[in-house]
Design a protein around this ligand. Structure first.
Ligand code: ADP
Ligand code: MG
Length: 542
């Protein structure tokens, strides 16, 4: 004989369900992620038990999640072979709020007295998210313990639930969703497949939709480096990034402190932005224990790293932290900081380890590093080390960096000289270089349209000011020059004459030491904007 028992929901759950059902929460589709995660958790627990327990109900069942949809009936069924639940566990787990995220959600709701949109997603409501798409949920379950029977739990997500014993169940849990009239799309197989591919592709158990396995890819980032071949890395990169090129660099690491992080990141070898495709979307996805949290989490990594691809998995994340709240989460910010540090260290190592490879890469990706210098103050110095450019001491087409520049600097040289121009030939034909060449002082050539802006943001490097040699105020030591110099008097009257001739078009005419062959050169006053900068500001205004 089966007797049906009625239970009322705990007040908090009713309150929660009311919000879930009536919220305009846009990410309804995450319900499937929640249910698949629960199924996966239950099987993970079973796998654990198997190592210690001899007596497990239906011990031979394959550990997989099976999803099936019945369009006519408008139902969606998610079945697992996990630990299942006893009657007490059903009451405990689905009738009271244990989930810490859900508790925090209710707490903050009480404190704020309102539910701003996105709050549900921020904290996650686990199992109860099923009621976003279903007006009735049935949970058939049988525990791994051999002494119990099967149970079915049924609720419309309003006031309470009914339970009764159920015959003929195998171990595990089967959840049947009676989809709401306007949520029938979730009974369509292609939609379900797509959701599993999107959110649950790396779940550690097979997820079967209509008898076929949908999640194909292993969670490579959780494996040991030594167990992964180059080919596997490459295949994973191409799958994850939807890319066809070879990854240029790779960063695979695990850290426990201060946060648990498993990261597998790639740097592509091609830069679509350079090929005129417009700004690329971020390609580093955030996971919590193999479950996707967000494919493109805003605020995790700085904008300038948007070319990176791969996966960051942190077991410390609350499973369903939402997209909306991602940027405000201190934890996400922390993770971001750890990653950026590691990435910069990796770049520095690669740049010094194989300079040729770095230069080839840098020529395609330079704009990202420059953007970083202009926008990411905290990492400015580290990024500046990665800059590459030609200089008066490189061959045409070969690049050097600021660190190397300083190793070549003259004794007592307290500044870094640079000149902005449209290309090497134009720079080398200008009279500005003369005095620097004569004295063996290296001059950096900045030939990219954004360079001047970048140098302006940077200001100095390793305590040495970056100084434009097209500006006034550069102090040079005396040098041996051919020919006879004008007397001081002659010089002064020539300057006065020229000033009178040019009138308001110049602020000052003065004698200097920077010319060797040319008689005169026009400089920008030390504090003024250069012509290039003015042109750029004007272009930005239009
Ligand atoms: P969380 O997964 O964060 O604990 P949920 O609301 O998603 O929160 O689930 C509540 C609890 O219900 C789980 O902790 C688990 O004990 C139980 N549960 C949910 N789904 C299953 C399942 N498929 N098999 C076994 N237990 C489950
Ligand atoms: Mg859950």
């Amino acid at each position: 004989t089966t007797t049906s028992e009625k239970h009322g929901f705990q007040a908090e759950i009713q309150q929660l369900l009311d919000l879930v059902v009536h919220s305009l929460y846009t990410d309804r589709e995450i319900f499937l992620r929640e249910l698949v995660s629960n199924a996966s958790d239950a099987m993970e627990k079973l796998r654990h038990l198997e190592s210690t327990e001899k007596d497990i109900q239906d011990s031979g069942l394959p550990l997989e999640v099976t999803i099936s949809a019945d369009q006519e009936a408008g139902t969606l069924t998610i079945q697992d072979r996990g630990i299942g639940m006893t009657r007490e566990e059903l009451v405990e787990n689905l009738g009271t709020i244990a989930h810490s995220g859900t508790k925090a959600f209710l707490q903050s709701m009480k404190e704020s007295g309102s539910t701003p949109a996105g709050m549900i997603g921020q904290f996650g409501v686990g199992f109860y998210s099923a009621f976003m798409v279903a007006d009735e949920v049935q949970v058939f379950t049988r525990s791994w313990r051999k002494d119990g029977e099967g149970w079915v739990w049924i609720s419309d997500g309003k006031t309470g639930y009914e339970m009764e014993s159920a015959e003929g169940l195998e171990r595990g849990t089967k959840i049947v969703l009676k989809l709401k009239e306007d949520q029938k799309e979730y009974a369509e197989e292609y939609r379900i497949k797509h959701l599993v591919e999107t959110y649950s592709n790396f779940v550690g158990f097979p997820v079967m939709v209509d008898g076929k396995r949908v999640n194909e890819i292993e969670a490579l980032w959780l494996k040991n480096k030594s167990e992964i071949s180059e080919e596997e890395y490459k295949a994973f990169y191409q799958f994850q990034a939807k890319a066809f090129d070879e990854p240029q660099y790779r960063l695979h690491f695990a850290a426990d402190a201060p946060i648990s992080i498993n990261a597998l990141l790639f740097v592509p070898s091609e830069n679509p932005e350079r090929m005129g495709f417009g700004k690329v979307d971020g390609g580093v996805a955030l996971y919590c224990k193999k479950v996707l949290i967000d494919a493109d989490p805003k605020g995790l990594l700085p904008e300038w790293l948007r070319f990176m691809k791969g996966v960051i998995d942190s077991a410390d994340l609350p499973l369903n932290i939402s997209r909306e709240s991602m940027q405000d989460s201190a934890l996400v910010r922390k993770i971001g900081q750890v990653i950026v540090k590691r990435v910069l260290k990796m770049f520095e190592k690669e740049a010094s380890g194989d300079p040729e490879k770095w230069q080839a890469f840098y020529k395609k990706f330079d704009r990202f590093f420059k953007e970083g210098i202009a926008t990411d103050f905290a990492h400015r110095e580290a990024l500046a080390k990665l800059l590459r450019f030609e200089s008066s001491m490189t061959e045409a087409g070969k690049l050097t960096g600021l660190v190397d520049y300083l190793t070549r600097a003259k004794e007592g040289q307290e500044v870094i000289y640079y000149l902005v121009g449209s290309n090497r030939d134009q720079i080398e034909a200008s009279p500005y270089l003369e005095g620097f060449r004569k004295r063996g002082l290296e001059v950096v050539y900045f030939t990219d349209a954004v360079d001047e802006y970048v140098v302006d943001s940077l200001g100095d490097f390793d305590g040495k000011k970056l100084v434009s040699i097209a500006k006034s105020g550069v102090d040079l030591e005396d040098a041996e020059l051919d020919g006879e110099a004008l007397s001081e008097e002659e010089t002064q009257s020539l300057c006065e004459f020229l000033k009178a001739e040019f009138g308001d078009r110049v602020t000052q005419v003065a004698a200097g030491k920077r010319l060797v062959d040319s008689p005169v050169v026009a400089l920008t006053p030390e504090d003024a904007m250069t012509p290039q900068m003015r042109a750029m500001m004007k272009a930005m205004d239009e």
